[in-house]
Structures are given as structure tokens and as C-alpha cells.
Design a protein around this ligand. Structure first.
Ligand code: NAD
Ligand code: UD1
Length: 340
């Protein structure tokens, strides 16, 4: 299939492009580069072994820009990564988050349907479960109260896309609820490249290890978990990328609506991650215990068996692969991608 990849220059999008081409698909990328660097796309093309990935610097809120892309390319499906994703920033700038993520997606799906492209895979998040009522989390677990506007954009967009599919059954909508993506492509050429101080655990660990930050703050050690620190379902970004390839097969079978957890099913604590990183990579990661971070929950990991049963997808990589590949990327690119 020829796939429109919105947000394809970003962390998860860039990794997904490689797996798409490996599986025999082709892609057209639309990204406004608000949180990414075009060098990522050059490197993706090098890894795949093609001269370049078709790329348009277009904002998904720009209807005319999107129309131009659909006029030039016959597109079979969209993998929709484009969106703002910084939780803390979304609390400060709720309007910007709703306008970008929800406004942008409404424009995108309208242009898609006008061009007869009614297949979409949407990047959702475990955050839609709020403080989950069951662990491990299955897709039957009710959605919960999100603690920030970012989370609400995901929860609301799930509803929007499901309603659109209900009204027009020609649509296929796959909602992938990602757990905690980490790691990087094995080449070390592409990876996560956060702006400023990282919010998420793994990029903070790698920036401490490479000497850019003094020490990791561990947010709370008094949670009801085995070592008191928060437990999450970390998933290697290459595994996550492959879940999208498997979801395309479901779309090919006309699945209607599909909702899937994308995680490994294993919960690791903050200290498990730090210790694995030190053991596998042989580098130190100084840390100290800090107060809990507002909005954090104790434990979050999934039961990924629905994705295995229905999509034939399961995670292949373990914690050692995740910490090795995260470090490989960061140590080879201490300052991320070169300036645009
Ligand atoms: P990212 O910021 O690296 O990638 C998102 C890309 O979208 C960026 O390249 C950015 O420039 C682009 N973008 C943003 N707004 C746009 C717009 N209006 N028009 C065009 N392009 C736009 O983030 P990521 O980690 O690769 O995440 C991809 C998707 O997965 C996002 O929707 C994110 O919310 C979701 N997600 C991420 C995580 C995670 O931990 N990384 C977890 C759950 C869900
Ligand atoms: C965060 C987002 C969530 C998003 C998810 C996946 C928040 C409140 N939630 O979840 O919406 O879907 O990422 O990208 O930001 N930690 C530290 N020190 C740090 C950073 C993190 O101890 O410097 C701990 C956290 O307390 C948590 C774990 O590490 O226990 C993972 O944190 P993080 O990587 O930010 O992801 P989540 O909180 O799961």
C-alpha cells in the first residue's frame, strides 16, 4: 500500500517508515517539523536504501496543503502520528493542544474522505485509561479521567474517529494505544530527540549517561510497587513500528474499528530501567529520589494478547535491547540531529 504518514519525521514515525518499506509498502510523509528535523528523513532513506522519502512540509491543519498532497499521490491509508505530545506543556497551553491535535485531525480526515481514502491508524495512548481499574490493562478496561489536555485530545479523537466509522462503515479505524515507547533503530542513526529538558524517563537517563545532565530525579519511591518506584510497560520503538505494519493487514481485511494495546505486557520500575541501563551499557547513571510528579500513577502495564490474536503482532525486544539501543543512539548523537 501507499501510506500517508503524518508526523513521519518524528520519533515513532521515522522508525515506522523503515518497517513499512521493509514490508513492501511505500510512504508519503507530511510533517510541519514543529518537533522534528528533516535529517531524520534523510537517514531513514539511507537505511532503507532509497534516494529519498517523498516529503511535504505541510501542517495537517492546512486543508489546501493536504489537498495538494492527495492530488499528487494515490494514497491507500494514513498512519496518523502528527500531534503535540508534551504533557506539561498541554496543561499550560490547552487551546494550542486542542486546536493542533483535534482541529488538525478533523481537517485531515475530511480531506481523506473527499479523496476516497478511508483507512486510518491513529496513535493513541495508555493515557486514555486514566488511573486504570485493572492491571494488566485489557482493551475492555473502561477509559478513565485524563489528568491533562494532551490525554484528553487522545481520548476525544478516539471517539471522533469511532463515530465517523459508525456513520460510514467504509472507514477502517485502528486505534493503537501505545504504552511507553523507548529504544531506537539498531543502526543508531535515528532516535528520540526531545527539545529542551526531557519529560520522559529514557531520554532523561541517556542524557545523564552522556553527561548533558547531572543526575536523574526519580519521582517518588513510596508507590505501592515492589521497589516503591513507578512501574510502566516500556516497548521498543521498532516493535511499536511493526504493530502499524500488522494493523495495515487488518485494514486490508476490512476490520471496521480495531482497538489495541501496544505494549509488552511486562512492567518495569524506574529503578529496574536505571539498573538495566547501567548493567548493559557499562555507564553510570547517578540518581536521587525526588517527590512524586503530579498526575503520575503507580503502575501501568497491559495485556497485549488481543493484538497477538487479531493482528498477529507481539513484541520481540526486551529490556536489555531497549536500554542498549537507546544508548547506542544517544552516545553516537549526543546533541541529537544536526541543525536543520
Ligand atoms: P514526535 O513529536 O516525535 O512526532 C510527532 C510529529 O508530528 C513531529 O514530527 C511534529 O513535527 C509533527 N506535527 C505536530 N503537529 C503537526 C501538525 N499540526 N501538522 C503536521 N505535523 C505535525 O512524537 P512521537 O513520540 O513520534 O509520537 C507520535 C505520536 O504518537 C503522537 O501523536 C503522540 O502523541 C503519540 N504517542 C507518543 C507516545 C510517546 O511516548 N512518544 C506515547 C503515546 C502516544
Ligand atoms: C507519560 C505521559 C503520558 C504519555 C506517556 C507515554 C505524564 C504525566 N504522562 O507517561 O501521558 O502517554 O508518557 O509517552 O507525563 N520518571 C522519573 N524521572 C524522570 C522521568 C520519569 O522518575 O525524570 C518516572 C515517572 O514518574 C514514571 C516513569 O518514570 O514512573 C515513566 O515516566 P514517563 O517516561 O514520563 O512516562 P509516563 O509517566 O508513563
Amino acid at each position: 500500500m501507499n501510506i500517508l504518514v503524518t508526523g513521519g519525521a518524528g520519533f515513532i514515525g521515522s522508525h515506522t517508515l523503515i518497517e513499512l518499506y521493509k514490508a513492501g509498502h511505500t510512504a508519503v510523509v507530511v510533517d510541519n517539523l514543529s518537533n522534528s528535523n528533516p535529517v531524520a528523513l534523510q537517514r531513514v532513506a539511507e537505511i532503507i536504501g532509497i534516494p529519498e522519502i517523498p516529503f511535504y512540509k505541510v501542517d495537517i491543519r492546512d486543508r489546501e496543503g493536504l489537498e495538494g498532497v492527495f492530488a499528487k499521490h494515490k494514497l491507500d491509508a494514513c498512519i496518523h502520528f502528527a500531534g503535540l505530545k508534551a504533557v506539561g506543556e498541554s496543561v499550560e497551553k490547552p487551546w494550542e493542544y486542542y486546536e493542533n491535535n483535534i482541529g488538525g485531525t478533523l481537517t485531515l480526515v475530511d480531506v481523506m474522505r473527499r479523496h476516497g481514502c478511508k483507512n486510518i491508524i491513529f496513535s493513541s495512548s495508555a493515557t486514555v485509561y486514566g488511573d486504570p481499574v485493572e492491571i494488566p490493562i485489557t482493551e475492555n478496561c473502561p477509559k478513565g479521567q485524563c489528568t491533562n489536555p494532551y490525554g484528553w485530545t487522545k481520548s476525544m479523537l478516539e471517539q471522533v474517529l469511532m463515530d465517523i466509522q459508525k456513520a460510514d462503515p467504509e472507514w477502517n479505524v485502528v486505534l493503537l494505544r501505545y504504552f511507553n515507547p523507548v529504544g531506537a533503530h539498531q543502526s543508531g542513526r535515528i532516535g528520540e530527540n526531545p527539545n529542551g529538558i526531557p519529560n520522559n524517563l529514557m531520554p532523561y537517563i541517556t542524557q545523564v549517561a552522556v553527561g548533558k545532565r547531572k543526575e536523574l530525579g526519580v519521582f517518588g519511591n513510596d508507590y505501592p510497587t515492589p521497589d516503591g518506584t513507578g512501574v510502566r510497560d516500556y516497548i521498543h520503538v521498532v516493535d511499536l513500528a511493526n504493530a502499524h505494519v500488522c494493523a495495515l493487514q487488518a485494514i486490508g481485511r476490512h476490520c471496521g474499528i480495531g482497538i489495541y494495546n501496544v505494549g509488552t505486557g511486562h512492567g518495569y520500575s524506574v529503578l529496574d530501567m536505571v539498573k538495566a541501563f547501567i548493567r548493559v551499557n557499562g555507564v553510570d547513571v547517578p540518581y536521587s529520589i525526588k517527590p512524586r510528579r503530579a498526575g503520575d500513577i503507580a503502575t501501568c502495564y497491559c495485556n497485549p494478547s488481543k493484538a497477538k490474536a487479531e493482528l498477529g503482532w507481539e513484541a520481540k525486544y526486551g529490556i536489555d535491547d531497549m536500554v542498549r539501543d537507546s544508548w547506542h543512539w544517544q552516545s553516537q548523537n549526543p546533541d541529537g540531529y544536526p541543525e536543520k
